[in-house]
Unconditional design. Structure first.
Length: 221
């Protein structure tokens, strides 16, 4: 099964790589040439992924050629240029994340992008981040956290077969706000795009050589 999955994944990349080279005009600039693997390219990303959960939870719709396949099919180079590092930012959140290859690999894959993005968005919100949020954003954060916890409790309740007795006294604590709550209800991954105008507004000019930058998009579930 592992050999077949690897074979199909390699075929997925070869089909994309060959078609991209055949259809790419030679008289366009680097920004126009930049395009991610179809797995992560909007507007028709062929996968469904909720950033509140790890990439192992993603799925391909029944209409996709990869219907029934899992996250391992995303172990393909992000672009034909096979980058060794990229930087992600987004109008949906105030951070920038550097994406590096997985241990033992030399290039960034589509799965590296989703895995790092999920891991970074699972970090607790800091006091400074909370302090920079206005009243409306704070209310949105709390609603998103409560919705996330409700989904988590519902999932656990459905999976539980019998109650577990607890003898220790529970301590009520305020549940943590996570970075993913900053997205509100826009937790569905849409894809990666090039947006040089947005990048210029987001990053301080200068600073030497930086990784290639991509903008990640989300939509509501």
């Amino acid at each position: 099964m592992r050999i077949r999955a690897q074979h199909d994944t390699e075929n997925a990349w070869l089909i994309y790589d060959n078609s991209a080279r055949q259809t790419m005009p030679s008289d366009i600039n680097d920004t126009q040439k930049a395009h991610p693997h179809p797995f992560l390219a909007p507007p028709s990303v062929p996968l469904i992924y909720d950033l509140r959960y790890p990439p192992t939870s993603l799925r391909f719709p029944s209409s996709s050629l990869f219907a029934g396949c899992g996250h391992e099919f995303l172990r393909v180079p992000l672009t034909p240029e096979r980058p060794k590092q990229i930087r992600l930012t987004s109008p949906h959140f105030p951070w920038a994340f550097d994406i590096n290859p997985s241990a033992g690999d030399e290039i960034v894959t589509c799965l590296d992008v989703l895995s790092t993005l999920h891991a970074e968005l699972q970090r607790p919100l800091t006091d400074m981040e909370w302090g920079t949020a206005g009243d409306e954003k704070r209310a949105s954060l709390i609603r998103a956290r409560d919705r996330r916890l409700w989904i988590h409790r519902s999932s656990n309740s459905a999976a539980r077969t019998r109650p577990t007795a607890r003898f220790e006294r529970s301590v009520q604590r305020e549940p943590l706000l996570l970075r993913v709550d900053w997205l509100g209800s826009s937790v569905a991954f849409v894809g990666l795009v090039k947006d040089e105008a947005f990048v210029r507004r987001r990053f301080v000019p200068g600073g030497g050589e930086r990784p290639e930058k991509w903008v990640v998009k989300f939509q509501k579930l």
